[in-house]
Ligand binder design. Sequence first.
Ligand SMILES: NC(=O)c1ccc[n+]([C@@H]2O[C@H](COP(=O)([O-])OP(=O)(O)OC[C@H]3O[C@@H](n4cnc5c(N)ncnc54)[C@H](OP(=O)(O)O)[C@@H]3O)[C@@H](O)[C@H]2O)c1
Length: 245
Amino acid sequence: MDPKGKVAIVTGASSGIGLATAKLLSAKGAELVLVARSKDKLDKLAAELPNSVAVAADMTKILDVENMVNAAKDHFGQVDILVNCAGQGYDVPVADTDIDVFHHIFDLDVVGPVVAMKQVIPIMRKQGAGSIVNVSSGTALMYLPNNGIYGGLKRTLAHISLTANVELKKDKIAVSVVYPYITDTPFDDNTIKAPTVTWAGEGGGPPFPPDTAEYAAGKIVDAIESGEPEVFAHDWMKNPRRSET
Ligand SMILES: NC(=O)c1ccc[n+]([C@@H]2O[C@H](COP(=O)([O-])OP(=O)(O)OC[C@H]3O[C@@H](n4cnc5c(N)ncnc54)[C@H](OP(=O)(O)O)[C@@H]3O)[C@@H](O)[C@H]2O)c1
C-alpha cells in the first residue's frame, strides 16, 4: 500500500523504531495516529508532523487499545495502516522466569497487537483494503540464552501475523511481520532483566553492529509498501544460526 494520503496508527511512536517509522510515514505523506503512554512526547511529535494526532494508550490495557482505534476513526474517519511497534524485552533464563513479568510481556508484545488487529480489521474490511505490520524480533528466529520468553512471544506474534495474512487475503488486507535485528534505541535500557542475567553473547557480543532506528523503520515501510508477509532486517536472518551450540 502506498502510504501517501493514508491514515496510519503507529504504536510505540514515542521512541526508537516507532518514532522513526512515524517520521518516515509522515515524510511519505501519511496522516498519523501516534500512540504510546508518554503523552508529552507524543504531543511534541504531533506538533512536528503535519496531519497527526497524539493518543495516549497503555497497550496492555484492552480498553485503551479499543479507545485508540476509536479515536483514530473519530479523528480521521478511516484507518488504513496499523503498525504494532510498542514492545518491551525481558532477559531471563527460562528457569528463573517471573510469571508476573511473563504475563506483562505477553500482554504488551502479543495481546495488545491482537486486540488492535481485532479493532482495525472490521474497519479495513469495510474500506476494502488495509495494511497491518507487526514488529517481531530476530530473537524469534533463534534460540538465544535469556531470550526464550521474549523471543518466544515475538515468535507467537509472527505466527499470528502469518496466519492472519492467509486469512485476510480475500479482504485485501495485507498482514506483515517485520524482524528487526539489534537496533540502536533505548530498547535495552527498557528491557526487564532478571537479576541472574549476565549478558555473554555469542563470542562475546552480537555478530554485527546494531542497525539504526531509521534503518528498521525503512523495513517497516517496505512491508507496508510491498505487503510481503515477512520482512527481515537482513537476508542472513532468513536462515540464522539458531543456537549457540
Ligand atoms: N531495539 C532493538 O534492538 C529491537 C530488536 C528487535 C525488535 N525490537 C522491537 O521493536 C519494537 C520497538 O522497540 P524499540 O527498539 O523502538 O524500543 P524503545 O525505544 O524502548 O520503544 C518502545 C516503545 O514502546 C512503547 N511502549 C512500551 N510499553 C508500552 C505500553 N505498555 N503501552 C504502550 N506503549 C508502550 C514505548 O512508549 P512509552 O514508554 O511512552 O509507552 C516506546 O514508544 C519493540 O516491539 C521491540 O520488541 C527492537
